[in-house]
Design a protein around this ligand. Structure first.
Ligand SMILES: [Zn+2]
Length: 384
């Protein structure tokens, strides 16, 4: 060591510094883990027998304003008991990561205050790393020690049609738990495995989407699945719209038909009655729509079950194809619809946020790509 140098503590837990190389534009810290032994992941025995050394270079947070690299000597151990060869754990970076955890934390922290581009430039890393770090940080917001009991899962579309995201919410605390890109079974399954404990979750409210149902059944087999009330009601609203639309009618009657009957003024009621009197098919569709809304006024689960079965039967017999389809869907989701009377949870709070997402979405065409758009959504949601 030169005598004009100060030494600083590296503050990476468990890591021993072997050498520091300071060049004009960068610094390299050569290090290894201090522990002499590691536990075999297969049989659990501790071992000290080193099979191999290899050097991994990881980008670290800046030191003395210079980009810093951690050159980490990692050991592969061979278990003396079962002969398994394994790499030592790497808590400072995480498994298979090319950056240190504290670099990711540093840039993620800044990214809540500055733009992704600015953070990337200052720290000398890629914008992708900043964005991923922020999403990583922000997507685990449930407080540790407070396990989720009631969860909501729902898909929403970002920017382009077909660009689906799935959000997960704690319905008690009203916090977002995680977001993932995609709506496929594997995506949702992974998110649940990471963020939802089987022992604590009692019920999950979901859209009427098959991959969501399957993922919850796989990961949380003890949790009740509740078909989200508003998605159920929306089924008949859409069916009504299709019936009305098929007739290629125009005019302001469309939104009056969608509105709940109790929310219509006297004049509006008269207009609806007039339209329905002229058109028996539309009248059937409208009363089916109102009938499904009435389902949720039932107090007891048995009453709701009877009402639901009657509605499905009427929809199937209506001769209106959109309602036949809605009936088929609800028959497939009967159990989940009726679970609402055991656990009256909905994603309503999520819908409120969706409205804000939609508002933002209209403005989102100025954003460069989906990732920066997502970050905007996340920051919006987290300002609550
Ligand atoms: Zn072993």
């Amino acid at each position: 060591m030169q005598d004009d140098r100060i030494s600083i503590e590296l503050r990476l837990p468990g890591v021993k510094v072997l050498e520091v190389k300071e060049e004009e534009h960068w610094i390299e810290v050569v290090a290894q883990y201090r522990a002499q032994e590691a536990d075999c992941p297969k049989c659990g025995r501790s071992t000290w027998q080193v099979h191999q050394w290899h050097l991994q270079r990881k980008r670290d947070a800046k030191l003395w304003k210079k980009p810093a690299w951690l050159a980490l000597w990692k050991r592969r151990f061979r278990c003396r008991n079962c002969r398994k060869v394994f790499t030592e754990p790497d808590p400072a970076c995480g498994a298979r990561r090319r950056t240190t955890a504290r670099l990711r934390e540093t840039v993620a922290g800044w990214a809540s205050e500055a733009t992704v581009r600015a953070v990337a430039r200052v720290e000398g890393v890629s914008e992708g790393l900043v964005e991923r770090s922020w999403v990583e940080k922000i997507s685990v917001v449930g407080l540790p020690g407070r396990p989720h009991v009631f969860l909501g899962l729902d898909g929403f579309c970002v920017k382009k049609p077909g660009r689906m995201w799935t959000g997960m919410w704690d319905l008690e605390t009203k916090d977002s738990v995680a977001f993932i890109s995609g709506e496929r079974l594997v995506d949702v399954q992974r998110m649940l495995e990471r963020h939802a404990a089987r022992e604590s979750v009692r019920a999950v409210a979901i859209d009427l989407a098959e991959p969501l149902r399957q993922a919850v059944e796989l990961v949380l087999p003890d949790a009740a699945i509740v078909a989200d009330k508003f998605h159920v009601i929306a089924l008949s609203g859409r069916a009504l719209h299709e019936v009305h639309g098929e007739k290629r009618r125009r005019g302001s009657i469309a939104w009056l038909l969608q509105r709940g009957v109790e929310r219509l003024s006297q004049t509006e009621r008269e207009r609806v009655v007039e339209a329905l009197t002229k058109d028996p098919e539309l009248a059937r569709a409208w009363s089916l729509k109102e009938g499904l809304r009435g389902l949720y006024k039932k107090r007891r689960q048995e009453e709701a079950a009877t009402a639901l079965d009657n509605w499905i039967r009427d929809a199937q017999a209506s001769g209106l194809r959109p309602f036949r389809r809605a009936g088929t869907t609800l028959r497939k989701w009967r159990g989940e619809v009726l679970n609402y009377w055991r656990y009256p949870i909905t994603n309503a709070l999520v819908e409120g946020k969706h409205n804000r997402i939609k508002t933002l979405k209209r403005r989102a065409y100025g954003y460069r790509n989906d990732r920066s758009f997502l970050l905007r959504i996340l920051s919006l949601i987290h300002t609550d």
